[in-house]
Design a protein around this ligand. Sequence first.
Ligand code: GLU
Length: 583
Amino acid sequence: MHNSRTVPVIFAALLLIIGGISWQLGSHGPEIAAGPSSGPYMIAAANPDATAAAQEIIKKGGNAIDAAIAVQAVLTLVEPESSGLGGGAFMVYFDEAADKVLAYDGRETAPAGATSKLFLDDDGQPLGFRDAVVSGRSVGVPGVVKMLWLAHQKHGALPWSDLFEPAIRLAENGFEVQPKLQEWLEWDPVLKDMPVAGDYFYKTGPDDKKVPYRAGEIIKNPAYARTLREIAEKGPDGFYEGDVAQAIVDAVQNAPARPGTLSLTDLENYQAKERAALCRPYRIYRICTMPPPTSGGLTTLQTLGILESFDLKGMGAMTVTSMHFIAEAEALAYADRDQYIGDPDFVDVPVDAMLDPEYLAARAALIDASLSMGKAAPGNPGEEHADNRGANADMSQPSTSHFSIVDPDGNVVSMTTSVEGPFGSHLMAGGMILNNQLTDFSFLPERDGKPVANAVAPGKRPRSSMDPVIVFDEDGGFHAAIGSPGGSRIINYVNQSLIAMLDWNMDVPAAIGLPHFMDRNGPLEIEKNTALEQKIPEFEQLGHEVKVERMMSGLHGILVMPDGSYNGGADPRRDGNVVSGTR
Ligand code: GLU
């Protein structure tokens, strides 16, 4: 199903019919135990093995949380360049029966031994990005397993141990390599020389050269199957204590370059958190996102809050005018993002002041219809925050994965999950890639003598860009779920898709198939090899400095159509697909 990008309505209807038939057949056979509800469900994710696992769990009677756990267990195996149990995640969840939106934080933390100088060399200069990434120092305490456990304790329907079965089967019998994994294996300059990963992802070809596995070939991962069995049997203790924990600590502390301090105590002490979802109105809708430590939700809500002052619909979809206003609003929001956002358990993030409608209207008033402002300056959301922070200094590479799930009872998961850069720290333990999420901290703890909100500190979570979103309609019903990978571009990929669906009336495949443009408070970036390249002279006339870039979004979304049916889309830039049916 490579690059299967859409489930058009007719196909979806067909699936509903087939789903109905299989439910009837299933009622005579043991393989399908229908749950209490037989409403429609849909899953959009970055890999067909992952969507199939979610479907299997839902058909067994599982709900969206159960399905999300199965998806994550499979993605760790089949999309190891992007996310995994050795990494972190954020999940926004809509509990339909309770009519509540919840936000779960499984972001990695810095170990107790980390200091603000973690990514400085002996002369106090920032380490080179690759030196920082490919090391033990970049590995944060993984948060995914405890986050999924927390969500499952509260909302799960099936027993925890059942949720790992599809992944265990795939790890033992082998999974098929997808094109993106092959591409990243070919690209990676150092993975082939790493302990464990070098032998796991590459075969030894003629002349003793390491050759990456190719798309369509099969890889088995018995070490990961053992890890999964531990977690299935013992819950989070199977990961944060015992053999798996020891293997993680050994890999980090004995890393070939720049070992880290991550210890058994750090693993034991990790806490996933339930936070209040960050929700704000946008036109007739209500948009619910993840609060800090990610900058994703807050920056999306700031951008949309600024854009509420303008008639994006009237300006027309993807016209130079509408793109100019969106890009300027993004630059303003990114200026605040770099100044004010860090882990709220360590620094005061002025969330309410940054989303105050008056403040956002004042920011909107800075936009000139006929001339770009160039580099935007951060605003002052409240006196005590005026200019007392240094700007963030981090770098991040596009990796990560997003999936959206709506179950037969109408519960919704929007989850973005990451090992940070492609193949994380490049270290492996228990058959899993270990993240390099700590390089999402600012390498510099202060700038011009001022402390940086996102500086490293023990136990602190690095600022993220991940931006899982759930949208509600004017009656408070579920309307859409979406999110994306893409490093610091994530936020603007999500903004564009939300505007396309909510202002320009596009369905998910149309919205995520649009050529990308954005402003991260630098140049106006436009997607390479798209029709936008022809508009460069018009953008330049508006004073934009334009840069053409390859843009690896991975938007996976679900939208409720006017007739109440679900419409889903998987980003054509990645390997994912959409599945749907009835239980
Ligand atoms: N680590 C990044 C973050 O949490 C995401 C990286 C990516 O999407 O490639 O914001």
